[in-house]
Design a binder for this molecule. Structure first.
Ligand SMILES: [Zn+2]
Length: 118
């Protein structure tokens, strides 16, 4: 599991964006914030791996903070659904979903847990 708190802390401590990738005439790449190579803040570089520089620029602090917020919101929505769809044992030998009133695990729980143990 990714440590979202640590990622959030690192994103907040990093140079604010937007970050941009620049490739020089010598084909080396840099990532800068708030401007180009001459006017902005150098975030990282040089590197000859343009793909890495493009990824770093895309994974800027604002993007990471937005992803963390989206992830937390999605986890909260999932937790609400999981709280609704609990296993009930009405004493007839079969477990049921107390929300759907269908055999456990219900379709909702199966959708939420699909692929968890793969
Ligand atoms: Zn259910």
């Amino acid at each position: 599991m990714t440590d979202l708190g640590k990622l959030e802390e690192l994103a907040k401590a990093a140079t604010p964006g937007p970050w941009e990738q620049y490739t020089t005439l010598q084909a080396d790449s840099h990532v800068t914030a708030g401007g180009g190579l001459l006017t902005g803040t150098l975030v990282c570089g040089p590197t000859y791996h343009k793909g890495n520089a493009e990824f770093i620029a895309a994974a800027n602090p604002a993007a990471m903070l937005a992803l963390i917020a989206d992830h937390r919101a999605a986890r909260a929505r999932i937790a609400k659904v999981e709280a609704l769809h609990q296993r009930g044992t009405p004493g007839i030998g079969t477990d049921w979903c107390v929300s759907c009133e269908t055999k456990w695990p219900c379709q909702t729980v199966r959708a939420l847990t699909e692929g968890e143990n793969e």
